[in-house]
Design a protein around this ligand. Structure first.
Ligand code: SF4
Length: 321
């Protein structure tokens, strides 16, 4: 009598996990700690992952919700999600030393919104209410200059009496949305406002796009899917949505290896595995180890796209060894 574990093929998505913006943000905190010593204050979770945040806390980073919690004499870092203009303005007013870890691809969206506003356009932002990136983008322009929408049905409610054809409107989007859901919203926008101005290359970032594409390619051969990521990580949640939309009912967000035992993986023989842009590879390994406790695991890496994007850290930190 043997207690053989059931076989499980794990299709490991590539690309997965850390994007260039997250690597840069974490590097900024680590380099600032080296250069300026601890504590270094960080406004908001530098990236949406507790494991990463706790690792940086252990090295001397102090995470705060608001700038008012930072003392005047220590450096403050702004998170990868970006901040409203009022935050650096307040830091300048207090003469704080601040380092901005906003992802360059989020900054690009900020500049698009500013340009459209300078051209006299009302700006529509497609995104999730309350997400830090959305708060940051809304805060690039004066109150009322940006209208936030989150689904195709919201398009009907946009007040645009003076710009019926959309020539007085421009839209931008959050960088970590579902490519497919956003495209449905954009279609609805263009139907109502044919002359609306759109971002030249789209705002959903390369990392979000590539990770969703990899899930879409792999999901049809899977009857289960795990996404390593945090519940407050937008791009990780979208990866679960994409797997479910591709027909995998048993698609779950999972944070740590300890969570695997409780997952309903009954009947799953081929499991897709990916990680959100803020989830480190060490957690993917941890999940794989936990899966090996339950299954006889065979891993097959599925490379859907190559990535080689790197963002430089700010100049003041480039000389830190
Ligand atoms: Fe930048 Fe995209 Fe990563 Fe966000 S998910 S930090 S926008 S690269």
């Amino acid at each position: 009598m043997t207690n053989a574990k059931p076989p499980l093929t794990v299709k490991l998505a590539a690309p997965r996990g850390f994007c260039a913006g997250v690597v840069r943000a974490i590097d900024i905190v680590e380099l600032a700690l080296k250069k300026y010593g601890s504590p270094v204050y960080v406004r908001h979770e530098i990236v949406h992952n507790r494991f990463v945040v706790e690792g940086l806390e252990a090295k001397g980073a102090v995470f705060i919700d608001e700038l008012s919690e930072a003392p005047d004499d220590r450096p403050v870092i702004f998170s990868a999600h970006g901040v409203p203009k009022s935050v650096p303005a307040e830091a300048q007013r207090r003469n704080l030393h601040f380092v901005d870890a906003t992802c360059p691809l989020v900054s690009k969206v900020h500049r698009e919104a500013e340009r459209a506003h300078a051209d006299g356009k009302q700006v529509i932002l497609i995104g999730h209410t309350g997400h830090p990136e959305v708060i940051g983008t809304l805060g690039q322009l004066p109150a009322g200059a940006v209208t936030l929408i989150g689904q195709p049905e919201d398009v009907a409610g946009i007040p645009a009496a003076a710009t019926e054809d959309g020539s007085g409107l421009a839209f931008v989007t959050q960088t970590t949305l579902s490519v497919d859901d956003t495209s449905a919203i954009i279609t609805a926008l263009k139907q109502r406002f044919p002359n609306i101005t759109e971002p030249k290359a789209g705002d959903i970032c390369y990392a979000t796009t590539n990770r969703q594409e990899a899930v879409k390619v792999i999901a049809p051969g899977c009857n289960g899917f795990l996404v390593v990521g945090a519940p407050n990580s937008s791009n990780s949640n979208r990866l679960v949505d994409v797997a479910q939309q591709a027909g995998v009912a048993k698609a779950f967000l999972v944070q740590r290896g300890a969570d695997v035992a409780a997952l309903d993986l009954s009947g799953v023989t081929t499991l897709g595995l990916t990680a959100g842009a803020s989830a480190p590879e060490v957690l993917v390994e941890e999940i794989l180890d936990a899966l090996r406790q339950r299954f006889d695991v065979a891993v097959a890496v599925e490379v859907v796209r190559e990535e080689n994007v790197i963002f430089n850290v700010p100049r003041e930190l480039r000389d830190v060894a």
